[in-house]
Design a protein around this ligand. Structure first.
Ligand SMILES: *[C@@H]1O[C@H](CO)[C@@H](O)[C@H](O)[C@H]1NC(C)=O
Ligand SMILES: *[C@@H]1O[C@H](CO)[C@@H](O)[C@H](O)[C@H]1NC(C)=O
Length: 242
């Protein structure tokens, strides 16, 4: 390479490194304002994502335990837990409308599955009345009461539970798939209890009709946290009889 071209290239690289150094120094002296707030609707519930966030939006640090403690002492929470406790106490000796017999859907030792359990009010209610083996799932977890799992592909063995409960059957997108997973994971002779918005006998029959191995135990109407609801109990059987 000819000498003067080489000298020219050297000069260029020297100038380039000087410019790079100057830029670096100026960045160090004046940090750029890149802390744009990441706004999402749930932002208020999240911890700061970077030190940048916490620097610009100081927020008291709150542990999940503290948050739960606050949530669990709200009157809305306590009211719901109380309502569910009554629902489960009744389920120990369930006397459906128009039935002279009562059924023990649930005992203290029942392995219990709560589906779409939200923040876990029903789990707390079950624990309060003495049912200790409770597994609760929803699409979003809510530790320590509710774990995350897909209700349409339950991560549990066949016949793993004695009792299944859901107060969210109304909101389910694929009811037959939801019911099929309950029938798979609840043992023969076990029970399923749904709490749905108050409905007619015809609607109750439609819901029970989704069970392939379910036998209708009975239903009744009740008030849960101020709302009119219908409670539907189904026994999981070995046959397709309804
Ligand atoms: C169930 O557990 C509760 C709370 O521990 C207790 O008060 C109740 O007597 C138990 N019921 C039965 C039938 O053992
Ligand atoms: C369920 O039915 C099958 C076939 O009819 C039978 O072999 C099995 O023993 C039954 N299981 C129970 C728990 O009744």
């Amino acid at each position: 390479m000819e000498m003067h071209i080489k000298a020219f290239l050297n000069k260029i690289s020297l100038v380039a490194s000087v410019i790079a150094t100057l830029i670096l120094v100026s960045i160090l002296l004046h940090p750029p304002e890149t802390c744009i707030p990441h706004y999402t609707p749930h932002n208020a519930l999240k911890f700061p994502r970077s030190t940048c966030d916490s620097h610009h939006h100081p927020r008291p640090f709150s542990t999940p335990e503290k948050k739960n403690h606050r949530l669990w002492s709200t009157s809305a929470w306590l009211k719901k837990v109380k309502s569910y406790s009554q629902v489960f106490t009744d389920a120990r000796k369930f006397s459906p409308t128009h039935s002279s017999v009562s059924f023990s859907l649930l005992s203290n030792t029942s392995k219990t599955l709560c589906l779409l359990a939200g923040a876990g009010q029903e789990v707390m209610a079950l624990q309060h009345i003495g049912v200790s083996d409770v597994t609760a799932i929803d699409l979003v977890d809510s530790p320590p009461l509710v774990s995350r799992a897909d209700p349409y592909y339950l991560p549990f063995f066949d016949d793993a539970f004695d009792f299944a409960f859901s107060a969210q059957f109304d909101t389910v997108l694929f009811p037959s798939r939801f019911v099929a997973e309950i029938e798979r994971t609840v043992r023969i002779g076990g029970f399923c209890l749904f709490l749905v918005e108050e409905c007619t006998n015809k609607e109750v029959r439609e819901i029970v009709g989704l069970f392939k191995r379910g036998k209708f135990v009975g239903s009744d109407k009740l008030i849960v946290s101020g709302s009119k609801m219908t409670r539907i109990a189904v026994r999981i059987t070995n046959s397709t009889a309804y």
